[in-house]
Design a binder for this molecule. Structure first.
Ligand code: PEP
Ligand code: MG
Length: 874
């Protein structure tokens, strides 16, 4: 069987994305369901792959397939490709299996030349249209195929408009455009040393090659890197017969979303331009009209568009992003895809689609990307602060959120500032794919031109980055690096704030607040909680953290790092004296000072959690971390301890360790200083007894021992703790249930978990340390080389972000199996950073963990990820 590399639109379907690319598969699907799609064909992603293995050439077989399909297209359209009177003109567009907005390139009006442009002008009786099409073609072809900078052409166009005293392209007539075409061709000749290619077939092959080659351009590579897209074949190429939106005022082009991509409202949303072509709307050169205006201007076309939108949405069962062209009052669809949307809209749409009976609850949950939650949890401006802030200008509210930073005019400037930890706002006339790295690293984006579907708006929404676009009230001069507004001028480095929800730009930095969530979010979260099987707890060290965690519906606290309570200003001195004490009595004195403080902390946290499980870990870090560093602090501490500075320095030196992460920390501290563990346990238990008496709510504290590597450590420390608890119960004449468990964070503990489980009421994986010790990568130092490991494909993902399933994950698996051999119902959770990472959560679901615990802000993401994992592994 001969290999097939080209498919007619009527041969494909939406499921063929991998082969035909997203655009090609959807064009085929729309053709199949009889929507008005101009005919065409698609060169497969496999052909792109082969193109690269053939040294970037079009091999004979592909050449023949292209020509055969072109013949069919000529028959379907009843036009001839090289015809001088009524030529078949083509668009050539890229489209990979996953959408990559703005990354790849498009050429329109291909097939025009010096002679057929005259024919086109005559047959359409529209000279302006013919030459407008030709000048666009020359510009796009030059840009995509030969990388001649667009600005060379744009300046000619701008100059022509200026000389004529007009503002808009469409105010130029046929004669003007004829002159422009002549000048464009001169640029081409100057830049390439050759005349603009006149033979349509040559144009087509060059264009196809260029689109294929653009798969490997640095922008596309950067985009794929950023989105971790690695397993794609290449881009498909769609060759489609042209329809024209630039034939006059009864023609136009636009983009429509079937629902509002900003807030999810069920109403057609989008923009269009009359007498314009393809890229004009997204390029943001002219500010487009809102789609509602089309209803007044062309009611019938609007009606058709609304019906097509509804059909598409019913067919795809998701919000669609549609590109359309109107040619002499006739509607054509050029593209559909699942529309990008803000997190807010994604939730509203998923909830509505379920309520409209179009998708199940499970489908609604699976639709939401965990990363989108990040966007929802972004801060907003503080209401009072915003009232006082000085507004500079208003643009389009392109992507929600609040951002403040220093003005930078280039992606490079943003990147340089980022390296220094300086927050920036990327300010551009309009953005293009070259700006992506700057967009990623800035706090927010401001553009002067372009609408809601401009590059800046679409890309920022996808990234969840705050963006104000099309802010024509400011004048941005990228050369002089100034932003002119009504009240003055700002230079590079000045601080501004953007409100992506209102489109307002402010002077200076503005205080931000955390968002509150409700409505459809709550509804979705209720479904999530119905479906997920793992609990989601939070790592919280203070009552404030605990409150935040509860707001996000955490089901308990999985880790209190008690040492964080030691760092408070009024405590650190007692902590230092406790550590540096020369005698047991001195230490006891310092511990007695700390006891009421710790006890109060625990009481407050129990109070916030109202009976939900709370896991408290005993002191973990190496003691030297608490030591003073500044001369003045050392002097002060020496005074309070009645020691000479020398003596104190001597004791501090004794605490020095070459390898503190593997040193005197975790349970090892409890073994050397059991009185510290005893004080902490006393605080935990006395607070629980008091709370229980006060509030009549049962508390079962979970006391967690860190860094166990051998069961005998646990036996030792448990005996100490239980002895102290017994004393407390006798003193108070009261008892309560409690649990003593352990972290599994040393590889040896994982491998001997069956023995450890004999002594432990629960396990909690400390995957931060387990990764550190399993890999032998220092948690504190490995950042420097891990990025290099990823660049060189030695590691696919950072092992401290996403659990390494193959190695560290196996330690987790072994520990679970062994632990449950001993105690089949052993409660097991995880409280390392991986507890908030969706990919890791999926893995933990498979292993049968009871809960994950993560920082409060990640709780909603973890709940969603847990529900998605439960659906996947039902
Ligand atoms: C861990 O090691 O994963 C953990 C939760 O403890 P810490 O990060 O405090 O060492
Ligand atoms: Mg740890």
């Amino acid at each position: 069987m001969t290999e097939k590399y080209v498919y007619n639109f009527n041969e494909g379907k939406k499921e063929m994305k991998d082969l035909l690319g997203g655009k090609g598969a959807n064009l085929a699907e729309m053709t199949k369901i009889l929507l008005p799609v101009p005919p065409g064909f698609t060169l497969t992603t496999e052909s792109c792959n082969r193109f690269f293995s053939e040294d970037q050439t079009i091999w004979a077989g592909l050449d023949k397939e292209i020509k055969d399909h072109l013949k069919d297209l000529e028959q379907m359209t009843e036009k001839k490709f090289s015809d001088l009177k009524n030529p078949l003109l083509l668009s050539v567009r890229s489209g990979a299996a996953q959408s990559m907005p703005g990354m790849m390139d498009t050429i329109l009006n291909l097939g025009l030349n010096d002679r057929s442009v005259i024919g086109l002008a005559n047959t359409t009786s529209n000279e302006r249209f013919a030459y407008d099409s030709y000048r666009r073609f020359i510009q796009m072809f030059s840009d995509v195929v030969l990388e001649i900078p667009k600005v060379q052409f744009e300046s000619i166009l701008e100059k022509a408009k200026k000389e004529k005293g007009v503002k808009l392209d469409k105010e130029l007539d046929g004669d003007d455009l004829k002159k422009i075409v002549k000048k464009y061709k001169e640029v081409y000749l100057q830049e390439t040393g050759e005349d603009f290619p006149q033979e349509p077939m040559v144009q087509l092959i060059l264009a196809i090659k260029a689109v294929f080659a653009s798969w490997d351009n640095p922008r596309a590579v950067f985009y794929r890197d950023m989105h971790a897209i690695s397993k794609l074949n290449g881009t498909a190429v769609n060759v489609q017969s042209m329809v024209f939106g630039n034939k006059g005022e009864s023609s136009g082009t636009g983009v429509a979303f079937t629902r509002n991509p900003g807030n999810g409202d069920k109403k057609l949303f989008g923009e269009f331009l009359l007498n314009a072509q393809g890229e004009d709307v997204v390029a943001g050169v002219r500010t487009p009209n809102e789609i509602a205006e089309l209803k007044t201007l062309m009611p019938e076309v609007y009606q058709q568009l609304e019906t097509a939108a509804e059909n598409l949405e019913n067919h795809y069962k998701d919000m669609q992003d549609i590109e359309f062209t109107i040619e002499n009052d006739e509607l054509f669809l050029l593209q559909t895809r699942n529309g990008k949307r803000t997190a807010h809209a994604a939730i509203a749409i998923a909830v509505d689609l379920h309520q409209e009976g179009k998708i199940t609850k499970e489908e609604a949950i699976v639709r939401i990307k965990p990363q989108q939650f990040e966007q929802l949890l972004h801060p907003n401006f503080d209401a009072k602060a915003i009232d006082k802030a000085k507004a500079l200008a208003k643009g389009l509210a392109a992507s929600p959120g609040a951002a403040s930073g220093r003005i930078c005019f280039t992606a490079e400037a943003v990147e340089a500032a980022f390296e220094k930890g300086i927050k920036t706002i990327l300010v551009r006339q309009e953005t293009s794919p070259e700006d992506i790295s700057g967009m990623v690293k800035s706090e927010g984006i401001l553009t002067a031109r372009g609408g809601m579907t401009s590059h800046a708006a679409v890309v920022a929404r996808g990234m969840g980055k705050c963006c104000v676009a099309g802010c024509s009230e400011v004048r941005i001069n990228e050369d002089e690096k100034t932003v002119q507004y009504k009240g003055g001028v700002l230079n590079e480095g000045a601080i501004i704030s953007l409100d992506g929800t209102t489109g307002i730009v402010y002077l200076g930095d503005i205080e931000k607040t955390n968002p509150t969530l409700g409505g459809k979010f709550t509804e979705l979260m209720d479904w999530i909680d119905e479906i997920k099987t793992m609990s989601v707890r939070a790592n919280a060290d203070t009552p404030e953290d605990a409150k935040q965690a509860l707001e996000f519906s955490a089901e308990g606290i999985g880790l209190i790092r008690t040492e964080h309570m030691f760092f408070k200003e009024n405590r650190i001195s007692s902590v230092r004296r406790m550590i540096l004490a020369g005698t047991i009595e001195e230490r006891a004195k310092a511990l007695n000072e700390l006891l009421p403080m710790q006890k109060n902390d625990f009481y407050q946290i129990y109070h916030v959690m109202g009976g939900l499980p709370v896991t408290i870990r005993l002191l973990d870090p190496p003691l030297h971390e608490f030591m003073p560093v500044k001369e003045e602090e050392i002097r002060h501490l020496a005074e309070t301890m009645s020691l000479s500075q020398e003596e104190l320095n001597g004791r501090i030196d004794e605490l020095h360790e070459v390898n503190p992460m593997l040193g005197h920390r975790g349970v090892r501290l409890g073994i050397t200083y059991p009185e510290i563990s005893r004080m902490q346990v006393r605080a935990i238990m006395e607070a629980a007894l008091e709370y229980q008496t006060d509030k009549k709510i049962e508390i079962q504290p979970e006391i967690m021992i860190p860094l166990i590597s051998d069961v005998k450590e646990l036996v030792y420390i448990k005996a100490e703790i239980e002895d102290e608890i017994k004393k407390i119960f006798t003193e108070k004449g009261q008892t309560l249930k409690y649990h003593i468990g352990t972290m599994i964070e040393v590889p040896r503990a994982a491998l001997t978990a069956d023995k450890i489980a004999e002594e432990a009421d629960f396990f909690s994986f400390g995957t931060n340390d387990l990764t550190q010790m399993g890999f032998g990568f220092s948690r504190d130092d490995s950042g420097r080389f891990i990025s290099e490991y990823m660049d060189k494909n030695i590691l696919e993902k950072g092992p401290f972000d996403t659990i390494d399933q193959e190695g560290i994950g196996q330690l987790v698996k072994i520990a679970i199996e062994k632990g449950r051999q001993t105690k089949p119902n052993l409660k097991i959770g995880i409280c390392g950073e991986h507890g908030g990472d969706p990919a890791s959560i999926e893995f933990f679901q498979r292993l049968g963990l009871n809960y994950v615990s993560c920082s409060p802000f990640r709780v909603p993401i973890a709940r969603l990820a847990a529900a998605q994992a439960a659906i996947k592994y039902r």
